[in-house]
Design a protein. Structure first.
Length: 260
């Protein structure tokens, strides 16, 4: 990335709710002359932040060359450009390939992060992924499909950690996901389906791994859903008791407080 003026801005739109975009992202949209948004996932409601005279282009039917050509032309005309991606653009956002093409064109860019669906889902569920003495690790991953994953990141290997997991882009392979997770978390393991988080159709559906694929089928869920699993999910569902952290323990001393 260069430090020249008028960079192309890659902005995270958040999970769907137009109010969950960052203030910095909102400001970028308001100042843009051209917004190229990933319309297959970014709802048009996010465009409420653009100026009336700004151009908005849905990139769902565009390939990489189309997108870069449009950016080149607009940037050459001195336009302010926002490339709007769903969630946080660094996670399954395919932005790196776009940035490399912009490097070759000597077009500067910067990235504004966004709220990814796993964190918006946790907020909707009142869940903390990292509970003291329960789990201190969250794995964000997907199952191998049309886009393969490296062998060392196979879902079966990752699930063996028994940590909190948020599984993206895998709902169409739910039977394979169920089979793998059941081996590690048990068929009675609690999981959640987080559907269209941040959209008006948002739903959180709790079930067990034994009934995961059946639940997905009966609820007619075919896309835009995360699968969340781990002990933290069960605690969130049951509003269970947990071990309190040391951070607010009156008997624990740290750099800002003496124990009582």
């Amino acid at each position: 990335m260069t430090t020249e003026t008028n960079p192309v801005i890659f902005a995270g739109a958040g999970p769907g709710d137009p109010d969950l975009i960052t203030v910095k992202g909102q400001t970028a949209l308001a100042g843009a002359d051209l917004i190229i948004y990933a319309g297959s996932l970014v709802p048009e409601a996010l465009l409420k932040w653009k100026r009336a005279d700004a151009q908005a282009v849905n990139s769902a039917a565009m390939d990489l060359g189309d997108i870069i050509n449009m950016i080149q032309q607009a940037h050459g005309q001195g336009q302010k450009i926002v490339r709007l991606h769903t969630g946080d653009p660094s996670l399954y956002g395919a932005i790196f390939e776009q940035m490399r093409e912009l490097d070759r064109c000597y077009i500067p860019y910067e990235v504004i992060p966004g709220v990814t669906a796993a964190f918006a889902a946790a907020a909707a569920m009142g869940m903390e992924y990292t509970l003291p003495e329960v789990t201190q690790t969250l794995i964000l991953t997907r199952i191998s499909g049309r886009t393969p994953v490296p062998d060392q990141e196979d879902l079966d290997l990752l699930a063996a950690h028994h940590s909190s997991m948020a599984i993206y882009l895998s709902i169409v392979h739910v039977k394979r996901v169920q089979e793998i997770l059941s081996r590690h978390y048990g068929e009675d393991g609690v999981c959640a389906i987080a559907y269209k988080i941040g959209h008006p159709q948002e739903r959180i559906i709790y079930t067990t791994l034994a009934h995961l694929s059946h639940t997905v089928e009966t609820q007619n869920i075919k896309s835009q859903a995360l699968i969340l699993v781990g002990d933290a999910v069960a605690v969130a569902r049951d509003k269970g008791e947990v071990i309190a952290s040391k951070l607010y323990d009156a008997g624990f001393t740290h750099g800002f407080r003496e124990k009582k």
